[in-house]
Design a protein around this ligand. Structure first.
Ligand SMILES: [Zn+2]
Length: 236
């Protein structure tokens, strides 16, 4: 009998553990809805890199979250701590292909490889990705058929371009901010202008009533069930 009780207790503990993160998520969303009345999803492409920890510091400081669309070939033991920390502060990991090619220029077999290798790489350190950002926003029918994730676009202030200053990035983000939108930013190595812009854009938008969240949180908050075959620039 004692043994049975012990086993039952273990089962209960295991069940509680399983529900923990789901209830954490709904609790966070409840709190966000209390604090903010508009929402924008932050996304970062082309990492993880040495810039990513700096981006995570800024997000954590302001209680903001984001989706990181990682390049599969950069997901390895050296970036594992960054990927894990991103999840610890509530961020999610999405796919941005394995080597950042123009997907439509590849054979179906090559596209499958780009997708599957990235999923495998991410699954070492994170849940199976739910979202995909096509490199250069280039995708054909084959890409839509082969890649199992929901496709995500958004507004980009051209922050991949070294000639676009941090001030111009801030201006682009502030002028285009609208409820339900997805922002595309880049956390590749040495893209310091984006970290600089982010540090002032997040508090400025929060002061205007915007919560900054991950793509999955944005869809949940907006009550949208995203479909395949569409590239979402906003949650609607
Ligand atoms: Zn990219």
């Amino acid at each position: 009998m004692k043994r049975l009780l012990y086993a039952l207790t273990l089962c209960l503990l295991a069940l509680t553990g399983c529900n923990h993160s789901a209830s954490d998520k709904s609790q966070r969303i409840k709190e966000l809805k209390k604090e903010y009345n508009k929402f924008i999803a932050l996304t970062f492409d082309d990492g993880p890199s040495t810039l990513t920890p700096r981006i995570l510091d800024i997000l954590e400081q302001h209680n903001a979250t984001a989706t990181f669309f990682v390049i599969g070939s950069q997901v390895d033991a050296s970036t594992e701590p960054t990927i894990k920390r991103a999840q610890e502060i509530g961020c999610e990991i999405g796919s941005h292909s394995f080597t950042h090619p123009y997907m439509s220029q590849l054979t179906p077999e090559e596209q499958t490889l780009q997708s599957q290798q990235t999923i495998n790489a991410i699954e070492q350190y994170a849940p199976t990705p739910k979202y995909f950002r096509p490199p250069y926003m280039d995708a054909d029918d084959t890409t839509h058929n082969i890649v199992p994730q929901i496709f995500i676009g958004g507004y980009c202030p051209d922050d991949w371009d070294a000639n676009v200053s941090a001030e111009e990035r801030i201006k682009g983000l502030m002028e285009n901010a609208t409820d339900g939108l997805i922002f595309i930013l880049h956390d590749f190595k040495d893209n310091n202008g984006t970290a600089e812009a982010l540090a002032s854009v997040i508090p400025a938008l929060q002061a205007q009533g915007y919560g900054l969240v991950s793509v999955d949180e944005l869809f949940t908050i907006k009550g949208v069930t995203p479909q395949k075959g569409i590239i979402y620039k906003k949650a609607k």
